[in-house]
Design a protein around this ligand. Structure first.
Ligand SMILES: [Fe+2]
Ligand SMILES: [Fe+2]
Length: 217
């Protein structure tokens, strides 16, 4: 009879796991959440690369520039980085761990914010006819790319794994829930997916969405 119990138990477990998956009920864990947000940031950096290349050639891409910069401001700086500052850097300082790194990362957030303030000043279509303003804008975009590639890479591969080690399983699960709630509060249900689809739209409009184009021939 024991085998029957185990068979039923296994079947129920598999069915419930599949069901939860099908209902999209398995939430992202805290660091998975932050890392997929870095995925969006990485895509915006690719957009910035393409836009700055076009702007060097005198091509105006005002619409795409404003839309992608707003994603950085609203989703990355006002949400993702706030979570890092509030829940990760503060906790690390409290535990006296990676304090220097947390301080550098937070300073970089503040510097990134100033760069984005500058880029957001390019509101008037006439700004895109002004060579000096265009050059200043592409300089800012490139310094943002330069700043954020190492920033996010070190968070993903060092900071987040180290941070995870100091949390209990319960704390880690609770943090994941808190991040999901905060995302839903600020961006509505399916907030992350909405941001991804806005990013895709920008990629499509500047011709960098199709993945196969990046495979060397
Ligand atoms: Fe960060
Ligand atoms: Fe980050």
């Amino acid at each position: 009879m024991k085998w029957l119990f185990y068979a039923v138990f296994t079947l129920l477990f598999c069915v419930s796991a599949d069901f939860a998956r099908a209902m999209d009920n398995i939430p992202a864990t805290a660091t998975e959440d932050l890392m997929r947000e870095h995925g969006v940031l990485g895509r915006i950096l690719l957009i910035y690369e393409e836009l700055s290349r076009r702007m060097d050639g005198g091509e105006s891409s005002a619409d795409e520039l404003i839309k992608s910069t707003r994603i950085i401001r609203n989703f990355i700086q006002d949400y993702h980085e706030k979570l890092e500052e509030e829940y990760i850097f503060k906790r690390l300082r409290g535990e006296n761990k990676l304090v220097r790194m947390a301080n550098i990362l937070e300073l970089q957030h503040n510097t990134g914010r100033k760069i984005i303030d500058e880029i957001l000043r390019m509101k008037d279509p006439r700004d895109y006819q002004d060579k000096e303003k265009l050059d200043e804008c592409t300089r800012n975009m490139r310094s943002f790319i330069r700043l954020y590639r190492p920033h996010k890479a070190q968070e993903d591969t060092f900071l987040f794994p180290e941070f995870k080690k100091i949390l209990s399983t319960r704390e880690y699960d609770e943090l994941g829930k808190k991040f999901e709630e905060e995302e839903a509060r600020l961006f509505g249900e399916g907030g992350f997916e909405k941001i991804v689809s806005q990013t895709e739209e920008i990629e499509k409009s500047i011709g960098i969405f199709e993945l196969s184009q990046f495979t060397p021939k």
